[in-house]
Design a protein around this ligand. Structure first.
Ligand SMILES: Cc1ncc(COP(=O)(O)O)c(C=O)c1O
Length: 404
């Protein structure tokens, strides 16, 4: 008899977004005349910049000609893109990351979910709370957690690092030493950023204890302040303890076309094994490479025109972020994030729980956001709004919230 992977059975349903959809649909059915504005989505809304789609079109044309047609891509990524990443995202920032330490993929969700495969089952995993759920669920699927504890809203056998107002939503070093530590900065969902000094503490901690940091830098392009590192490799010693994951989704609008990459320095060795080699093996065996045409589009992101255009798009979203942040402050809300990240994390008024605030916002302002508790127990009492919407709709949403 076939046995299924029982660790999958431990997973909880994707309750958050299905519950949001259910409540929004019910409200719409009862109030068909109301215009609902969605500030809950984590997806971009601006089209891909023209210099990037031009590269995409040109690459498609190459595919139609015998002499320039490309079949399977190299499974670790085309050299032209790995070089562009190494030069622009690293060497230009003083980080010595070579092209052969960069692994191109179809996005940060896959990489942040798959990376745990190269580690043994018995490793102790630490995550922030609240957290991007992929890190948790993929470790549950791999059997690294115990059961879900309904009373605490947390998985047994994982180390949770609370991120709240007391620590500015930046986790403190845990008392119990983890083997694998997931960090994401700028953060989804809280919008918090980490200073270089603070990140250095994490790097020192990991090197001292032999831990590995999996650093998700999906929102790096949104950093606007000085002193906030764009890469963990800006910290001394990170080459011996950190893996970094990037996405082209939020900086260049690739959520629908799919492209990302992971960096594993050759100096990162655990258990006598270079983790880079394990990931190369995993990639080679399980992945046949991101499409040529998409990698050409990715290369165009680093062109002069590409950089100019994506900066304009990021500025558009960050204008939305400022509007939300300032508007909510004026309305008397306590708000966080929104400066180095496209997420605004607000404290629900009068200690309202996250779902009650969701209902209130939907019913009185016809605005949809995401209840903070959906990202973990320490997200209770908070609420996430995103800056990825249309500018006029975002303004209208904020004005409605102000008049609530
Ligand atoms: C923290 C974080 N990492 C990764 C991703 C996924 O990125 P990608 O579209 O490259 O898979 C997201 C998307 O919302 C995210 O918030």
């Amino acid at each position: 008899m076939v046995k299924v992977n029982e660790d999958y059975l431990k997973l909880r349903g994707s309750y958050l977004f299905s519950e949001i959809a259910k409540r929004v649909n019910a409200y719409s059915a009862n109030n068909p005349d109301k215009k609902i504005i969605r500030l809950g989505i984590g997806d971009v809304t601006l089209p891909i910049a023209s210099s990037i789609t031009d590269a995409l079109h040109a690459a498609v044309d190459e595919m139609a000609v015998k002499e320039t047609f490309k079949g399977y891509a190299p499974d670790l990524g085309y050299e032209f893109l790995r070089k562009a990443i190494s030069e622009n995202d690293y060497k230009a920032r003083g980080c010595q990351i070579e092209a052969d330490e960069v692994f191109v993929s179809d996005g940060a969700k896959s990489d942040s979910g798959n990376i745990q495969e190269i580690f043994g089952k018995d490793n102790k995993v630490a995550v922030c709370d609240p957290v991007y759920p992929v890190y948790v669920d993929t470790n549950v699927m791999a059997g690294r957690s115990g059961d879900f504890d309904e009373a605490t809203g947390q998985w047994k056998n994982l180390i949770y690092m609370p991120c709240d107002e007391n620590n500015g939503f930046v986790a403190e070093l845990p008392k119990e030493i983890p083997d694998i530590i997931y960090l994401c900065f700028p953060n989804n969902p809280t919008g918090a950023a980490i200073t270089k000094d603070k990140l250095q503490e994490w790097v020192d901690f990991a090197n001292k204890n032999g831990s590995v940091i999996i650093y998700d830098a999906a929102y790096e392009a949104y950093i606007s302040e000085e002193g906030i590192p764009h890469s963990i490799y800006e910290c001394e010693g990170a080459r011996t303890c950190a893996i970094e994951i990037h996405s082209f989704s939020k900086n260049a609008g690739f959520t629908g076309v799919r492209l990302g990459y992971t960096v594993i320095p050759k100096d990162l060795v655990r258990d006598g094994v270079a983790l880079r080699d394990l990931w190369a093996r995993r990639h080679g065996t399980k992945y046949n490479g991101a499409p040529y045409i998409i990698q050409k589009a990715g290369e165009a992101v680093y062109s002069v025109e590409g950089q100019k255009q994506i900066k304009e798009q990021i500025a558009y979203y960050m204008n939305n972020a400022s509007y939300i942040l300032n508007g909510l402050k004026e309305a008397g809300f306590t708000v966080y994030g929104g400066v180095n990240a496209p997420y605004i994390w607000l404290k629900t008024p009068n200690n309202m729980d996250s779902w009650s605030f969701f209902d209130k916002l939907l019913n009185t302002a016809n605005v949809v956001g995401t209840p903070g508790v959906g990202f973990g127990a320490h997200g209770e009492g908070y609420f996430r709004l995103t800056a990825f919407g249309d500018a006029d709709a975002t303004k209208e949403a904020v004005d409605r919230i102000k008049n609530m």
